[in-house]
Design a protein around this ligand. Structure first.
Ligand code: F6P
Length: 324
C-alpha cells in the first residue's frame, strides 16, 4: 500500500496529535504518501483531504485536541453516505485509512472496511470505553486532569468544611470517575455500573463529619443520571453539611497529553502504518499488558465491557470513614 489517509473523529482526546504525527512520519519513512482528512467523516464526505508532510506535523506532539479537527458525523451513519466516502477515497487514490476515535468512529471505519477499504482503528477517547484495549488514548491525561481538580477543590472544600459533588465525563462508562476517585481519595464514587443509593452517600458524609473530616469529595460520573446540583442540594439538606456541585466539562478533555498517552498514541499509529504497509486486513490497535496489540476490527467492537469490580471494591474499602 502506498497511499493512506488519516482522520480523527468523535470527541477530541489528548494524544490524537501524537498519533497523527507518528502516522505521518512513519508512513513517509516507509515511502508512503499520507493524506490528512479534516473534520472526521464529515471532511471525508466533503473531500477535505490534503497531503501531509514531515514538517506539517512538527510541534504538535505536545498539544491536546487534534490539528485535523473532528466532528460527530450524522451523515456517515447512512449507507449511501458511506458509499460516497468510498468514492471520495478512490478519487484521491487512498487505499487504506487510519481512524482515531471512540466506538462510533471505529464502527464507521468498519463500514468502510466492509466496502473493501482496509481500516486501522486507534482508540482515541477520554472515556476508556473500548473493551478490547486496556487503555484508550486520552484517558490517562483526562484522569490526571481530574486528579488535579480534586486536589484544588479539596483545598476549598476543607477550608469551608463542605461536601463537593464533582461531575466527571465518560458518557455511559464510569472508568474516568472510578480511576480519578481511587487516586484522588474520593469519599464516594458514583458510576453508572453500580446502582446509586443516595442514603448511603449521605451516611458517608455524616460519618466523615462525625470523625472530624473537614470535607467530603463525591465523584459522580456523568452517566449517573441525577443532576450534580440537585445531588449537592440533597446532600446538604439531608446531612446539614454545606454542599456544592462542580461540573468541570471540557477542562478534563483538553491539555497537554501525558507521557503515557503520547507513547500509546505514537506506538499505536506506527503499528497501524506497518499493518497498512503490509496490506493487512482491518484491525483495531490497542494495548494489553504494556504491549501494542492488533485484532480484527469487527471482533474488537464486539468485545463486551467488563465492570472493573476489583478497582471499585478497593475504593469502597479505602474511602470508608470512621473505622479504627
Ligand atoms: O466521548 C468524550 C466525551 O467527552 C464524553 O465523555 C461526553 O459524554 C461527550 O464526549 C460530550 O460530547 P460533546 O463534547 O460533543 O458534547
Amino acid at each position: 500500500m502506498k497511499k493512506i489517509g488519516i482522520l480523527t473523529s468523535g470527541g477530541d482526546a489528548p494524544g490524537m496529535n501524537a498519533a497523527i504525527r507518528a502516522a505521518v512520519r512513519s508512513g513517509i519513512d516507509r515511502g508512503m504518501e499520507v493524506y490528512g482528512i479534516r473534520r472526521g467523516y464529515e471532511g471525508l464526505l466533503d473531500g477535505e483531504i490534503e497531503k501531509m508532510t514531515w514538517q506539517s506535523v512538527g510541534d504538535i506532539l505536545q498539544r491536546g485536541g487534534t490539528i485535523l479537527r473532528t466532528a460527530r458525523s450524522k451523515r456517515f451513519m447512512e449507507a449511501k453516505w458511506v458509499d460516497h466516502g468510498v468514492r471520495i477515497l478512490e478519487t484521491f487514490g487512498i487505499e487504506g485509512v487510519i481512524v482515531i476515535g471512540g466506538d462510533g468512529s471505529l464502527a464507521g471505519g468498519l463500514e468502510l472496511s466492509k466496502r473493501g477499504i482496509p481500516v486501522m482503528g486507534l482508540p482515541g477517547t477520554i472515556d476508556n470505553d473500548l473493551a478490547y484495549t486496556e487503555y484508550t488514548i486520552g484517558f490517562d491525561t483526562a484522569v490526571n486532569n481530574v486528579l488535579e481538580m480534586i486536589s484544588k477543590i479539596r483545598d476549598t472544600s476543607s477550608s469551608h468544611e463542605r461536601a463537593t459533588v464533582i461531575e466527571v465525563m465518560g458518557r455511559d462508562c464510569g472508568d474516568l470517575a472510578l480511576y480519578a476517585g481511587l487516586s484522588g481519595g474520593a469519599d464516594v464514587i458514583l458510576i453508572p455500573e453500580v446502582e446509586v443509593d443516595m442514603n448511603e452517600v449521605c451516611r458517608r458524609v455524616i460519618r466523615g463529619q462525625n470523625t472530624g473530616k473537614a470535607q467530603s469529595i463525591i465523584i459522580k460520573a456523568e452517566g449517573v443520571k441525577m443532576d450534580a446540583t440537585e445531588m449537592a442540594r440533597f446532600v446538604e439538606e439531608t446531612t446539614g453539611r454545606e454542599a456544592r456541585a462542580v461540573v468541570p466539562g471540557y477542562i478534563q478533555r483538553g491539555g497537554n497529553p501525558t507521557e503515557k498517552d503520547r507513547r500509546l498514541a505514537s506506538m499505536s499509529a506506527a503499528k497501524a502504518v506497518e499493518l497498512l504497509y503490509n496490506d493487512s486486513s482491518s484491525k483495531a490497535i490497542g494495548i494489553q499488558n504494556g504491549k501494542i496489540t492488533a485484532i480484527d476490527l469487527a471482533e474488537a467492537l464486539s468485545v463486551p465491557r467488563e465492570f472493573k469490580k476489583e478497582v471499585y471494591d478497593l475504593t469502597e474499602i479505602l474511602s470508608k470513614a470512621g473505622r479504627d
